[in-house]
Unconditional design. Structure first.
Length: 144
């Protein structure tokens, strides 16, 4: 079974983050521009929280708050649940199911290495299964 570090090697470690003082409007504009569903909220090098599309819907839109006047630090999800590079895909999927989240920052010794989404995990599982099927087909037909 693959580990999260293997996904990060393919995906890369670039993580989009914002500061706690940015407005929700600026953050959602950035998210829309780069077509992502979550950003980390940082204060210096410290991860203070995560802001997701779900946060926007539940904490801004449904409460009729102004996204132009609300700081992202006031509505982010905190503390952030994270993964370690040696965690398996299965472990991370269980964590995401339990916490009802779709993004996990990957942290080792307090250092941010990247972020994985449920889509990243599912893609890797599908790739692994396709590879297994191909190997089994070659074994059965004797073309390995």
């Amino acid at each position: 079974m693959s580990t999260i570090s293997e996904i990060l090697v393919r995906k890369g470690g670039m993580v989009l983050s914002v500061t706690i003082d940015e407005t929700v409007f600026d953050v959602i504009s950035l998210m829309a521009e780069v077509n992502i569903g979550a950003v980390l909220v940082q204060k210096g090098d410290t991860i203070e929280g995560i802001f997701t599309e779900r946060d926007y819907l539940q904490k801004i839109a449904l409460k009729s708050l102004s996204s132009r006047q609300t700081r992202v630090g006031d509505v982010m999800t905190s503390p952030v649940i994270s993964a370690q590079p040696g965690d398996s895909i299965q472990q991370c999927m269980e964590t995401m199911t339990t916490c009802r989240c779709r993004h996990l920052p990957v942290v080792e010794n307090g250092k941010l290495l990247g972020i994985v989404s449920i889509g990243d995990l599912v893609k890797r599982l599908v790739d692994e299964k396709e590879s297994e099927i191909e190997q089994l087909s070659q074994y059965i037909t004797g073309t390995y």
